[in-house]
Design a protein around this ligand. Structure first.
Ligand code: ZN
Length: 69
């Protein structure tokens, strides 16, 4: 978690690694909830840590949340 991300890099990561789009325009940190638009058209919120590290890259309909361990 040492890399410093900016909103541009995050947008590129989202585009390359998922079918979702990033709607948030400003990145304030890994615990910030970012707004995404899923390929199905649903909007969902997720912090970037979960998006990236937990592979939660779709809305709750396309990818139902798993129970946390
Ligand atoms: Zn979806």
């Amino acid at each position: 978690m040492s890399k410093r991300w900016n909103i541009q890099e995050i947008r590129e990561f989202v585009e390359k690694n998922s079918d979702s789009k990033l709607l948030t325009k400003e990145f304030q940190g890994f615990s910030q909830k970012l707004e995404f638009e899923c390929a199905c058209g649903n909007k969902f919120e997720k912090n970037f840590k979960k998006f990236k590290n937990n592979h939660q890259r779709k809305c709750d309909v396309c990818q139902p949340p798993k129970e946390s361990r």
